[in-house]
Design a protein around this ligand. Sequence first.
Ligand SMILES: Nc1ncnc2c1ncn2[C@@H]1O[C@H](COP(=O)(O)OP(=O)(O)OP(=O)(O)O)[C@@H](O)[C@H]1O
Length: 276
Amino acid sequence: MAAVDPVLRIQGLTLAFGGVKALDAVSFDVAPGTITTVIGPNGAGKTSLFNTISGFYRPSQGTVQFRGQDITRLPSPQRARLGLARSFQNIALFRGMSVLDNIKLGRHCHLKTNIFQGLFYLGAARREETALRADIEERIIDFLEIDHIRHAPVSALPYGLQKRVEMARALAMQPQVLMLDEPVAGMNREETEDMARFILDVRAEWGVTVLMVEHDMGLVMDLSDHVVVLNFGHVIADGTPAQVQADPEVVRAYLGAGDVSDLRQRLRGAAAGASL
Ligand SMILES: Nc1ncnc2c1ncn2[C@@H]1O[C@H](COP(=O)(O)OP(=O)(O)OP(=O)(O)O)[C@@H](O)[C@H]1O
């Protein structure tokens, strides 16, 4: 079978903070149409990796290729325009603004006029905004089931809905790759299940490739096609959920970090022949 070209290729990424190597020659590919998840104990380098891929940090070595193009030196907004959008670990919405206005701001990465003109609906921005409104409101808001809160200020919403609005804003950038930073952190079970469904649907219905960082091992193993495990800035395992869970180095890394209960349970299930 012919190998499919990766949509994202990470090669030899190295990033240091003073004496600490947050990333050390990190390499992996993200195949189009997959859900790829980066896991690892606290301090493993996951956030540093996300920040480097999305352009907030400049690596000292290595490259990030997006659809065959080297984007290592491109600033974040240009990466977003090419189709690489992200959400944040700690919600980064404009809390005083409505859900709809937050989503519109996501779309502004594609507008010719700048964000401040856009905010006040001037000139060309207003015309583009009007033309795009139906698409933004109906596709994204319907999809994420947030119609009933479209005019609500973000600050008034429960946490799970705020995370959903953040996803809506990222989707408004019409990404080919959606980077989700801990999409279910702090969520209750129902919110987590909703978000899991949306992540699967983003891929199935929108054809968007998902790259996420997540600590919820149950969600990771259920949703991911491909798991990359970081420890102390190194990739220690890279494969399917089943391959990664069976990897002794992964088990050791999590045991060392003490946050392995979820993984342990699933390993026990796997050993007993339960489906993953
Ligand atoms: N801005 C920074 N300045 C200095 N050191 C940093 C900075 N950001 C990260 N580090 C260090 O780099 C290493 C990797 O941190 P990073 O936050 O990327 O890990 P992580 O896997 O995302 O952790 P967590 O799961 O706790 O979010 C850690 O040793 C951390 O202390």
